[in-house]
Ligand binder design. Structure first.
Ligand code: NCD
Ligand code: ZN
Length: 344
């Protein structure tokens, strides 16, 4: 196949950052995607409708004129988020999910949740008004091995939580383990997962191949081959509750290449191109459109996009870096490597 036309895809998990960076991060997405679920882990985090409105305006201002790109905003769940906050978020019409970061789990999660079981009334209101909980599913106990944090979170948080609030709609973000993926399959129709390019492409060995690769460090961290294999099988099967979420998470080159480097992989400039490459490798190009353009919209109860994108098979080299702002550069996923699918 030399050309693929897809219903315009959506990205159900992205970090755009704020300030000057928006001019560099948003256009990559506007070119490729119709909509994106925008993560709220700014400093300070997006904890109210007014902050979300303001942030959305900044994203719209950074969107190139020719593109009809719709940023779908999220609210950052804190221990203080009330049922009234949830009602206001729903009424705003601009908020599509509430993001649950366990405090300390990842970048800018310090203001996150310390005890989700004390937020049951808030979660019940989410279930009633129909706002999904978007979960960073990792325990933060430093005694737990970093590679086991998702698996243990499933048992200690997800399962008991869904027993307490069974009608809650949940997206397990950036799923990385076969345990969590199999749980999603067995759970009801109100549980879904996003899948990143990096967790389909790589295993934890790639972080350490011939030396340490800071640009492959993200959270949840890359896992063993058996987990990548399971994620690949599932997307290859066209499971309708597994859909595209890049988790593109820009950090400057200096913040990544540091004695204490940040977690996050920047895939925005070539995200759909990389997924196309993965689905081709899996012999499942016919499943790409469902994964990238249909299942997420269906799950969120939104119409599929009306326009299309076309990818052609024509090799191109991913640039070694992009600007992030006036001072910093950023290294993308697949930097200086050749990709075979190109956006027309
Ligand atoms: C994300 C970031 O940098 O904001 N980092 C990451 O490694 N994925 C936060 C997150 O989604 O965990
Ligand atoms: Zn993320």
């Amino acid at each position: 196949m030399q050309q693929i036309t897809l219903i315009r895809p959506d990205d159900w998990h992205v970090h755009f950052r704020d300030g000057e960076a928006l001019k560099e991060t948003v256009p990559h997405h506007a070119q490729r995607f119709g909509r994106a679920i925008v993560m709220p882990n700014l400093k300070p985090p997006i904890t109210s409708v007014s902050l979300a409105k303001n942030y959305r305006q900044q994203i719209v201002a950074a969107t190139p004129k020719d593109f009809d790109f719709n940023p779908l905003m999220t609210l950052y769940l804190t221990q203080m988020t009330s049922p009234e906050d949830i009602e206001q978020a729903k009424e705003s019409g601009i908020i599509y999910g509430v993001k649950f970061y366990p405090a300390g789990a990842t970048t800018n999660s310090d203001a996150g949740v310390t005890d989700i079981f004390r937020l049951i009334p808030t979660l019940q209101t989410m279930a009633e008004v129909g706002l999904p909980l978007l979960i960073h599913a990792e325990v933060t106990d430093p005694a737990v091995d970093v590679f086991d944090r998702e698996k243990i979170f499933l048992e200690s948080v997800i399962k008991p939580l869904l027993q307490k609030v069974p009608d809650l709609t949940v997206v397990l973000e950036h799923v990385t383990t076969k345990e969590m993926a199999d749980f999603v399959i067995d759970a009801g129709d109100q549980v879904a997962a996003t899948v990143t390019p990096q967790h389909l492409l790589y295993t934890r060995n790639d972080i350490f191949k011939g030396g340490i690769h800071p640009h492959l460090y993200c959270l949840p961290i890359l896992k063993r081959e058996q987990h990548r294999e399971r994620l690949r099988e599932i997307v290859k099967s066209g499971h309708k509750r597994f859909f595209l979420g890049t988790d593109s998470a820009p950090h400057s080159q200096s913040a990544k290449e540091s004695s204490c480097g940040c977690a996050g992989i920047f895939s925005a400039p070539c995200a759909i191109e990389i997924y196309a490459e993965i689905f081709e490798l899996l012999g499942a190009l016919d499943k790409l459109e469902g994964f990238s353009s249909c299942y997420g919209a269906d799950f969120y109860g939104l119409p599929r996009n009306k326009t299309q994108i076309t990818l052609i098979k024509k090799p191109w080299a991913v640039p070694e870096s992009y600007p992030l702002d006036s001072k910093n550069r950023i290294i993308p996923l697949k930097a200086s490597e050749t990709l075979h699918w190109q956006l027309t």
